[in-house]
Design a protein around this ligand. Sequence first.
Ligand SMILES: *Cc1c(COP(=O)(O)O)cnc(C)c1O
Length: 371
Amino acid sequence: MKVPFLDFVGPYEELRAELDEAYFRFMRTGWYILGRETEAFEQEFAEYCGSKYCIGVGNGLEALHLILRAYGIGEGDEVVVPSNTYIATWLAVSQVGATPVPVEPDPRTYNLDPARIESALTPRTKAIMPVHLYGQPADMDPILEIARRRGLKVIEDNAQAQGARYKGRRTGSLGDAAGNSFYPGKNLGAFGDAGAITTDDPQLAENVRLLRNYGSKVKYHNEVKGYNSRLDEMQAAFLRVKLRKLDEWNERRSQVAADYLAKMRGGPELTLPFVPDWAKPVWHLFVVRHPDRISLQQKLAEAGVGTLIHYPVPPHLSGAYSEAGWKEGAFPIAEELARKVLSLPVGPHVASEQVAGVITEVNRIVRALRA
Ligand SMILES: *Cc1c(COP(=O)(O)O)cnc(C)c1O
């Protein structure tokens, strides 16, 4: 049995006719940056998320960065971020000169724990950035309630969760604004780097539109010191094709996850993902915990099952944040997750025989490691 962790060629083959058609259509336009494909994708993705506006940008990190910029968050400000996330969430805050203030996750959902937010707030706090980690929506209502009461912005990091639902509503439309990533491995993946901002806030939409394009609406009339962070036409053309397939592929991910959850034997050693009843995740990753995850990973590799670790080092202990002086033990939940998590193969490419094989191997290896 061979079950690769990721497969980009299978999904391409499945959509080859439409993707190739999009490529040739794009090549013949002779127009490569900020044109009709980007505009059409922006409209279609806004509609998909249930947001009023979508602004295509260069990647997910830039999406988060430009939102913070456009809200005027910077030097001397603080932004609440999860202690357990991909480092991009933190880096966006650091890039505008503000300070990321980590808050621990709920150990069952791995997402920002609303009950821990209040004690992290100071008069300098300007925003809360929940991440819909691994494709599972964060518990947004209590977060939005705190933000409303304290006059804070809520910026969703929706990089891993395109299509997920929180109490019936799509992520990316729940806060003041959201950053989306279309990195190839994400649920809606481009064939290169790409990202987008979604929002209902017309002022923010206008400001990030300016910022992504050198601060100009009219060429060579630069109103502010902007950036070059544009979603290019070719990626937009490909993303339009893939967006039409997103729900079906998310559904296939859910089927894989449902089989894993039904037939993998969780227990004191193997912790399976927990899904609150208000959450409809899109299973960007299927993450289990095991106290000896290195042996589990090694034995799964021997059995032909590819796995990865998301993430081995929490941001506060990474070299990038060494100047902040965090010590081990500062965020014990994030640190324990970093020691124990292991991501199993999930995606539109995983066939049902492969799912069955992964379940058999995980159950067998967990039992053997216990003995
Ligand atoms: C991928 C990712 C990002 C950044 O997206 P890029 O397109 O790679 O810049 C941000 N946050 C999270 C949680 C991510 O997984």
